[in-house]
Design a protein around this ligand. Structure first.
Ligand SMILES: Nc1ncnc2c1ncn2[C@@H]1O[C@H](COP(=O)(O)OP(=O)(O)OP(=O)(O)O)[C@@H](O)[C@H]1O
Length: 643
């Protein structure tokens, strides 16, 4: 069942250490941070804004023409035959209408492209930053939260940039100018209308405070829901195998219902303001109508002025009602901005030094020299260190197996030379240089890794295997590296795929078996020709014969490479030049397999546990194989790959 309990906490941004709550900032201060991304698009956005303002002013000018025509040509025209004045007023109203429509079209044309550009630039910046952020960040952040930020939030921001912000400014200006005109030209009637602004302002303020929280909750819950979908799709085999589909559905339904409730609260809050924004101007208009008729009857106001007054209120009413919609759009955009900056402003503690370290060439005849000196490592959220003053040397060109009980910290140690994590104290050196003094590119050139859980990308076999090989190498050399790596990793089965190494393998290589994926991931690490190869149990899914073949070829071909192998099989351990024992966060013994068997009781205990595990596991495998072979014709590996 997908883990949902932790996720519900994420609805509260303050529960996330990497999510500084944006609530401390004003909406303006929050949105202002977009400026560097929006700056290149500013000329067009300002152009769009001016076009919108022009359109609104034209709309506001129409009532003035109406006032003039009502008090002038329309009143006196029949007697004095002022048909010319009437005709001009009609032409003027028509021109103003056409001008308004033209300016609205111009606004759309101006803002459409910069909006999509800003969205694309922000999306790329966020993706680049996500690639740069360390594993520790990705361990903490659920994928769905990142997905919803990079997709949903940025789409929402684009819509706000091309429509919401302009509409908000234009509505505001139209209302201010319109009410100003009403007060100046309508006297008391204008003041009555202005009184309506007081409850509108109070309501808008209250709305903003309430809506902001609901908007944040809704966007976070969308992220949680995306995480659930992602995990369920990713873990579909486990869910199916354990018959947990209905539980996953229940959990999804609960989350979807929570989101729905939040959306309803959001819509209700929005509807409350929109209703108030409709009712208040109508009420003030009704009061103004009574007062206006009285003033006209008393001769204190002309009929034209009354007509102009109500024509102006008609122009203002639209923006007043829109204010609710544009305000909610702005608050949603503010949430999107906060969520974007929570990620993009997360500082990467694993930075490159200001200049590259002086190092021998990355490839050559000798392997790299790796040294762990007094290394202590503690995970951010852990109370105690996993590694405590570890000292270990990996001489060039040797293969060292790292063994220890489950949870002793083997994988953690393996992540330090490739600098997937930085030490808490002490130093990890490659070729005599602290890995923190190397640029990440220098580290990647020297150290390659293959993990037990092999991630393959939706790309061809060739692209997957050559992932760590520099693009600049001649094509023939790249091909040779790939061929050799496939051979060493016993992964020639790919040659039987429909397009050979050009075959596109499915999302994360799901169409391949576990062992096939592991061999491709191993081939990828080998093809990079590293001086140091870190193998975190990358052969666990292989049968013992293939494992032996792979290990033997690894020895032949990568004799010059320094290897650190985390092993869970006695056979792998026995093949290493030396073995290091990790116990209680420290390296307690280093020696050959046979020496340690003779001298180290903890090592004997580990090996006997590994043997028991292996025999149990092997027994299961045989049973499975027996079942699967029963009544089935033997399939070739390439057929398996396609199944
Ligand atoms: N990202 C993490 N955050 C916090 N603690 C972690 C993290 N990863 C691992 N740990 C903890 O660190 C300890 C060592 O884990 P590690 O995976 O290095 O052990 P291991 O020896 O490789 O285990 P195994 O043989 O089972 O693979 C464990 O107690 C584990 O719970």
């Amino acid at each position: 069942m997908p883990p949902t309990d932790e996720r519900s906490n994420r609805s509260d941004p303050s529960s996330d250490p990497s999510s500084p709550p944006g609530a401390e900032r004003s909406t303006f201060a929050s949105v202002r941070r977009l400026y560097p991304y929006v700056r290149p698009a500013m000329p067009r956005l300002v152009g769009g804004l001016l076009a919108s303002l022009g359109a609104s002013l034209m709309a506001l000018a129409i009532p003035r023409v109406l006032q003039w025509v009502t008090d002038g040509p329309l009143t006196t025209g029949a007697e004095d035959h002022d048909w010319t004045g009437l005709a001009w007023s009609v032409v003027l109203v028509a021109l103003l209408g056409v001008g308004e429509a033209g300016l609205i079209l111009l606004r759309r044309t101006l803002v459409m492209f910069p909006g999509t550009r800003v969205e694309a630039v922000m999306r790329m910046a966020l993706f680049k930053h996500l690639q740069d952020l360390p594993i520790a960040f990705h361990d903490r952040w659920p994928g769905g939260q990142l997905l919803s930020r990079i997709m949903g939030d940025l789409g929402l921001l684009r819509r706000w940039l091309v429509f919401g912000i302009l509409q908000l400014v234009v509505s505001f200006v139209t209302i201010v100018v319109g009410v100003g005109l009403l007060v100046v030209t309508g006297g008391w009637l204008g003041i009555i209308f202005l009184c309506g602004a007081i409850p509108v302002t109070i309501l808008a303020f209250r709305f903003s405070r309430k809506y902001r929280k609901i908007s944040r909750l809704s966007q976070d819950q969308s992220g949680d829901l995306a995480t659930t979908v992602e995990e369920s799709v990713h873990g579909i085999r486990v869910l199916k195998a354990f018959g947990r589909g209905p539980d996953a559905l229940d959990s999804f339904t609960d989350q979807a219902s929570e989101l729905r409730e939040t959306e309803i609260r959001k819509a209700t809050t929005d509807a409350g303001l929109t209703t108030a924004l409709r009712v208040i101007p109508e009420v003030t208009q009704a009061v103004a109508l009574v007062a206006g008729v009285y003033l006209v009857a008393q001769g204190d106001m002309t009929l034209g002025a009354l007509v102009a007054f109500f024509a102006t209120t008609a122009v203002i009413n639209g923006p007043v009602v829109d204010l609710g919609m544009t305000l909610s759009m702005t608050l949603n955009a503010r949430t999107a901005v906060d969520r974007f900056f929570e990620v993009i402003e997360t500082v990467n503690p694993l930075t490159d030094p200001s200049r590259s370290a002086d190092l021998p060439p990355a490839t050559g005849e000798t392997g790299g020299h790796v040294a762990f000196r007094n290394v202590t490592f503690r995970y951010d959220d852990a109370e105690r260190p996993v590694l405590d003053q570890v000292d270990l040397e990996l001489p060039p060109g040797t293969t060292t197996a790292l063994v220890g009980l489950t949870g002793s910290g083997k994988s953690t140690l393996a992540m330090l030379p490739p600098r997937l994590f930085d030490v808490t104290a002490g130093v990890v050196e490659v070729d005599g240089v602290d890995v923190r003094d190397m640029t990440r590119a220098q580290v990647r050139e020297r150290v390659a890794v293959a993990f037990e859980d092999p991630t393959l990308f939706s790309a061809s076999v060739r692209d997957n295997v050559l992932l760590g090989v520099p693009d600049g190498l001649p094509e023939a050399e790249r091909e040779a590296l790939m061929t050799q790596a496939l051979e060493v990793a016993q992964a020639q089965f790919v040659l039987d795929l429909p397009d050979g190494v050009g075959t596109r393998i499915g999302e994360e290589g799901l169409s391949l078996s576990g062992g096939q994926r592991q061999r491709l991931a191993l081939a990828r690490a080998i093809a990079a020709r590293p001086r140091v190869l870190v193998l975190d149990d990358p052969l666990s899914a292989l049968d013992v014969t293939t494992e032996e073949a792979v290990t033997a070829r690894l020895r032949d071909v990568l004799g010059a490479t320094t290897s650190l192998i985390i092993a869970h099989r006695p056979s792998t351990v026995a093949l290493a030049d030396r073995v290091a024992v990790l116990q209680g966060g420290r390296i307690t013994a280093v020696g050959t397999h046979h020496d340690l068997l003779a001298t180290d009781p903890h090592y004997r205990y580990i090996i006997s546990s590994l043997e028991q595990d292996y025999e149990a596991h092997d027994g299961e495998n045989h049973a499975e194989q027996g079942e699967s072979q029963h009544g089935q014709s033997q399939q070739t590996e390439s057929q398996e790959a396609l199944s």
